[in-house]
Ligand binder design. Sequence first.
Ligand SMILES: [Fe+2]
Ligand SMILES: [Fe+2]
Length: 273
Amino acid sequence: MAITLSTPKNVTIIPRQPNLTFNDLPRTFIKGNPVLTALFCSLSAVFPPGERQFINSVRYYQDQVTDPEMKKRIRAFIGQEAHHGNQHEVFNEKIQALGWRVDLVERQTTFFNKFIKRFSPQRQLAQTVALEHLTALFADFLMNNPNFLGDKPNQELKTLFLWHAIEETEHKAVAYDLYQQVVGDDKLRTREMKVILPFFMGHMIESTWLLLHKNKELSDRSGWKEAWQQLVGKDGIFTGIKGELQDYFSADFHPWQQDNSKLANEWLGELAL
Ligand SMILES: [Fe+2]
Ligand SMILES: [Fe+2]
C-alpha cells in the first residue's frame, strides 16, 4: 500500500517540553468538582503507561519505514508521546500528594499493558490507532471548549492539557498512516476500536469510582450531576464527539478529514509554546 502523507502543510510535529511544576494546584482542580477532578486524575494516571505502549506498538514497525518524511514523523511522534508521559508523571506526583491515589490506577494500567503486549504487533498497532483517534477527538473538544477545565482554571493545568491536545492533533495521523502502510487491514482496525473503546471507558469509570471511594467522596450528588451534564449532556464531550467517532468505521476514514490544524496553531500562539 502507498505511503499516506496527509498531514496538512501548516502542521509540524514538534516535541516541546513545557516543564511545569504544578506547585499551586488546588485539590479539586476541575471546577471544584471532585467527580470531574477524579476523572481527570484517572486520565492523567493512564497517560504514562498508555503512551509508553503507543510508542512500543509503533516501534515494532519503525524499521520497515524507508520514506524519510515518514521516518521523521514517527521520531517526532515518539518524542511527543515520551514528553507527555514525563510531564504527566510530574503532574501525577502532585495530585497523589493532594490525596488522589493515582498510583493504584497507574498500577492497573501497567498490568493491562502486560496483557496487551501478548497480542500480535498488528493488533497492538490497531489499538494504538483507535486510541489515538479517541485522544484526537478529546483534544479537539478541549481546544474548542477550554472552559471544560473551569472558568478560571489553574494556569499550569490549562497549559498541560492544552499542550497535550495541540500535540495530539499534530501527530493524530502518524500511527494511522503507519498502520495503513505496514498492516492495512481495515477490518482489524475497526474491530480493535470495538474492543479497546469499551475497555478504555470501563477502565476510566472504574478508576474514577476508585479514586472517589478512596477519598470518601462517592456520594457527592451535585458533583455527579454536573459530571453527567459535562460528559453526556447536550453540550457534553461524548455528545460532541459521537459523530466523528462513528466516522472511524467508514472505509475511507482518515484522521485529517477533519482539518483542525488552524485551531491547534491558534492555541500554540495563545500558550506561547
Ligand atoms: Fe500523548
Ligand atoms: Fe498521541
